[in-house]
Design a binder for this molecule. Structure first.
Ligand SMILES: Cc1cc2nc3c(=O)[nH]c(=O)nc-3n(C[C@H](O)[C@H](O)[C@H](O)COP(=O)(O)OP(=O)(O)OC[C@H]3O[C@@H](n4cnc5c(N)ncnc54)[C@H](O)[C@@H]3O)c2cc1C
Length: 516
């Protein structure tokens, strides 16, 4: 009897090191499938206490994802197979397809985050009703979940002991070889890729009303093109983030080998401008276009052939941060996403009133009057990317200095980031907001950070053009225009409250600013 399998691609949009695909390819016939489930694209209720409505996905990630799926389809076609694409509820789409091709087994990558798990359960239930077997595979992290020294429940809630335990008592498995895809079962309509407008929809009626309070930056709903290219991308962006495994592997080779930047990663990783201060691999890792084990093997090869130093160690160190948050998500589930986080802190009173909403909107538009914060949020809005340094500062400003519910900020990042990953995003936000895995105060002195990491105010000039002349004349004044004398402001054409906002907080009164 012919053994027929479906490989359901989720956040593992690649052929290299893909255990799900490798296992599915043992069947006689294989149907590769991707489902654009509306769940991930429309209005969503956050859920739990003090729930709110937000937009799950904006144009940057929708475009990146669409490109990634198109690239996967092209690669499968080159190998004589194809990718069936459906637009709808995943459980319905998969059970319909399983029925149409007489599938025996559906292979899928399991993911530790609660929403992904809930969808997985629905898919399992639908397929069980049809008598189709489901096999799950772990594909997302550097260390395999089965190789954790004390299992998921034993994962430490602080990073350093976690890192030590995996460094000392775990290993990174070798990458899995790419299989030759078996032939496709019977005739199936392969389906067209939905457009970005189809995916994000022009929200109307009930959905529009629910989203009305969710901030949308100018032009956020404007879709210039279905794919990114030099014409459509914002030319201020650090990099042209084009989705798909092909570009992911090119970027890895470019960063590590061609530009030879791995050797200085640790010294440059706190940069703000340019393609190569950090690897910029995050969107591809998040969509699974790139396997973290593949990055690890590339680092090992680089260490053998060029240099092994603190920087080569540090890139893997950062991948372990990513693992840490993934395993924290697996361990704590929905608790990680609650206002009080995994520590269940109920001593923090998050602001959620109308004033907080106004503050949140100003923050999300990049109009707080704190140039370093505004520059970073505007970069996010325009490109879907923000540096790690920027993320820490804007998160700290919203949660610690404005006291606004940190989950609003995290959800806003979810909408806008091209590289959104539930564990890394909500885990980092919770950590900065003081409800995460570490009891130390994670508040940032945003002004000190601005002067230190953007000493020439080049970054502010890049993203806040109304302060560019001021930045050229007096970089310190560009970070604190409220403190500049009138003549300096007038010469640079800056009028606070008119050409650029007054600061929305009194910088002299913010706890923790100016103490370093
Ligand atoms: C508030 C906040 C929200 C964040 N949200 C996300 C998110 O949704 N998705 C995401 O991938 N990263 C997130 N990060 C982590 C980090 O900022 C990005 O991974 C990094 O900036 C991506 O750029 P890069 O690929 O050049 O990173 P590099 O510095 O080159 O690091 C290499 C890889 O290591 C991983 N990594 C690095 N730093 C971290 C970290 N602090 N936590 C987890 N993984 C890390 C990423 O996969 C990254 O691609 C967030 C950080 C903060 C402070």
């Amino acid at each position: 009897m012919t053994d027929t399998a479906i490989c359901w691609f989720r956040t593992d949009l690649r052929l290299h090191d893909n255990p799900t695909l490798a296992a599915a390819a043992d069947a006689d016939e294989l149907l590769p499938v991707y489902v654009f489930d509306p769940y991930w694209f429309g209005a969503a209720d956050y859920g739990g206490p003090a729930s709110f409505t937000y937009r799950k996905c904006g144009t940057h990630r929708a475009r990146f994802l669409r490109e990634s799926v198109a690239d996967l389809r092209a690669s499968l076609r080159e190998r004589g197979s194809d990718l069936v694409v459906r637009d709808g509820d995943a459980a319905t789409a998969l059970s319909t397809l399983a029925d149409a091709v007489g599938a025996d087994t559906v292979h899928l990558a399991t993911h530790p985050a609660p929403e992904e798990r809930a969808i997985e359960r629905r898919v399992r239930d639908a397929l069980a009703d049809d008598g189709v077997a489901v096999e799950t595979h772990w594909t997302h992290t550097l260390h395999h979940v089965d190789d954790l020294p004390s299992g998921v429940e034993g994962v430490d809630d602080t990073f350093t002991p976690f890192k030590q335990s995996v460094e000392n008592d775990s290993r990174v498995r070798e990458t899995v070889a790419e299989p030759s895809p078996p032939s496709l079962p019977g005739p199936v309509d392969v389906g067209d890729l939905p457009t970005i407008t189809d995916l994000l929809g022009a929200a109307d009626g009930d959905e529009r009303e629910r989203l009305d309070r969710w901030p949308e930056p100018d032009g956020a709903d404007r879709v210039e093109a279905e794919t990114t290219d030099d014409e459509t991308a914002d030319d201020r962006a650090v990099l042209l983030f084009v989705g798909g495994e092909t570009r992911a592997l090119e970027r890895l080779a470019e960063y590590v080998w061609e530009r030879d930047r791995l050797r200085e990663y640790k010294e440059t990783r706190n940069g703000l401008l340019g393609a190569d201060y950090s690897s910029k691999l995050s969107p591809w890792l998040a969509a699974g276009c790139l396997s973290p084990r593949r990055v690890y093997e590339e680092v090992e090869r680089y260490e053998a052939e060029r240099v092994a130093n603190d920087s080569t160690y540090w890139l893997v160190f950062e991948l372990r941060w990513r693992d840490f948050f993934a395993f924290q998500t697996a361990k704590h589930g929905a608790t990680l996403f609650r206002p009080g986080g995994i520590r269940g802190r109920d001593d923090l009173q998050w602001r959620r009133n109308e004033g907080a909403e106004a503050d949140f909107r100003a923050w999300a538009r990049g109009e707080t009057g704190i140039p370093f914060v505004d520059a970073n949020v505007r970069e996010l809005n325009a490109t879907g990317y923000m540096s790690n340094r920027g993320r820490q500062n804007v998160a700290s400003f919203l949660a610690n200095d404005l006291g606004v519910d940190w989950r609003w900020g995290a959800a806003y990042f979810e909408t806008r980031l091209a590289d959104h990953d539930p564990g890394s995003n909500y885990g980092n936000w919770a950590y900065v907001a003081g409800v995460g895995n570490d009891s130390r105060d994670r508040s940032f002195d945003v002004l000190w950070q601005a002067h230190n990491y953007d000493a020439d105010a080049e970054y502010v000039a890049h993203w806040v053009p109304e302060l560019a002349s001021l930045a050229a004349a007096d970089p310190d004044a560009a970070h604190e225009p409220w403190a500049a004398d009138e003549a300096t402001l007038a010469d640079a054409g800056v009028t606070l409250g008119e050409t650029y906002p007054e600061p929305m907080v009194d910088p002299d009164a913010v706890d923790g600013w100016g103490e370093d």
